[in-house]
Design a protein around this ligand. Structure first.
Ligand code: GLU
Length: 307
């Protein structure tokens, strides 16, 4: 298949969509990002990389980092993790407090904000403090992307903390149910910092490759997790990766993927390749508008979906 030609076609077809959608403005540092931008990268197991658009331009990966922290926590806690966080789609917006209240402080899944904050809490308990936890998360992302340069943007993290009342409220609500082990402020700040990891589509696509290949990076041969764990993370991305639009994404795109309000989407085509796409304009659910359409065009043109 001529992947470069397919990407070039997608790039041309997606142009009218780049001025649709709305850049995330509830995090002031993200509100400054120009909407009309697009990048897409495919990484294959033989190391070949195909890109289009601004694929070397860094962006805030935001909730895509939840796929990485969930991977780490699953590896550490195994089945005991499900006592802290469920595995069902929420059908609710990413930062909803309502469901958490009537489900007694146990988040539905690791990809809604409450679930991801609970995962950060679990990681801090394991690594003993928030600095070691952040170091471990960044270290893990550096290893899976085979890139020692990956880091986070403290301006974005601080900007989010200044407007972080809702996420702090989620953590406090969990604490009120006795379902939170560490300091709320420090844990939420650590969560904001891992959300503020900055990557471009080339780096992000590379980082997802191990998840497309049963937990082992086919380029370096390094095994990060077991095939059973990789299955669970892919399943979670398919069913919960796009908040209350997860069903719609599976319906139109048909790939396990995780989105972030920075406009990125990271996807796997299990056994075939990993994909990252970025376009900052978001749809009403907080997922990249053009990025979602580009992935839909990709699976339509190539027939590469899991269904
Ligand atoms: N850090 C963002 C928040 O907690 C992540 C949301 C997202 O990317 O969907 O609101």
């Amino acid at each position: 298949m001529n992947f470069q030609k397919i990407l070039d076609e997608i790039y041309a077809e997606i142009q009218p969509e780049l001025s649709r959608g709305k850049v995330a403005d509830y995090i002031p540092a993200l509100a400054e990002v120009k909407r009309e931008q697009f990048a897409m990268t495919l990484t294959l197991p033989d190391g070949s990389v195909y890109s289009v658009g601004e694929s070397t331009k860094p962006f805030s990966i935001q909730s895509i980092s939840k796929a990485f922290t969930f991977t780490m926590a699953l590896d550490i806690y195994s089945k005991a993790l499900y006592e802290r966080v469920g595995v069902e789609p929420s059908g609710n917006p990413f930062n909803s407090l309502v469901q958490l209240e009537y489900e007694h402080g146990k988040p539905r899944n690791p990809f809604i904000n409450a679930g991801a904050i609970a995962i950060t809490d679990a990681l801090i308990t394991h690594y003993r403090d928030e600095y070691k936890t952040l170091e471990a998360v960044i270290g893990f992302v550096r290893r899976i992307s085979d890139n020692p340069e990956i880091s986070f943007d403290s301006i974005v993290a601080n900007s989010e903390m200044e407007h972080g009342d809702r996420n702090l409220a989620l953590a406090r609500l969990m604490k009120s149910f006795g379902k939170f082990e560490n300091d709320v402020q420090q844990t939420v700040m650590t969560y904001f910092k891992h959300c503020a990891i900055t990557m471009n589509t080339e780096e992000l696509s590379r980082a997802m490759l191990f998840l497309a290949f049963g937990g082992t990076d086919p380029i370096s041969g390094k095994q990060f997790i077991t095939p059973a764990q990789a299955k669970r993370i892919n399943a979670m991305m398919l069913t919960c990766g796009h908040y209350d639009a997860s069903g719609e994404f599976a319906f139109h795109v048909g790939l396990p993927a995780k989105s972030g309000v920075g406009g990125g989407i990271a996807a796997t085509v299990p056994g075939v390749m990993s994909i990252a796409v970025w376009s900052p304009g978001l749809n009403q659910y907080g997922n990249s508008h053009a990025g979602t359409l580009a992935l839909e065009l990709f699976t339509t043109k190539t027939g590469l979906s899991i269904f």
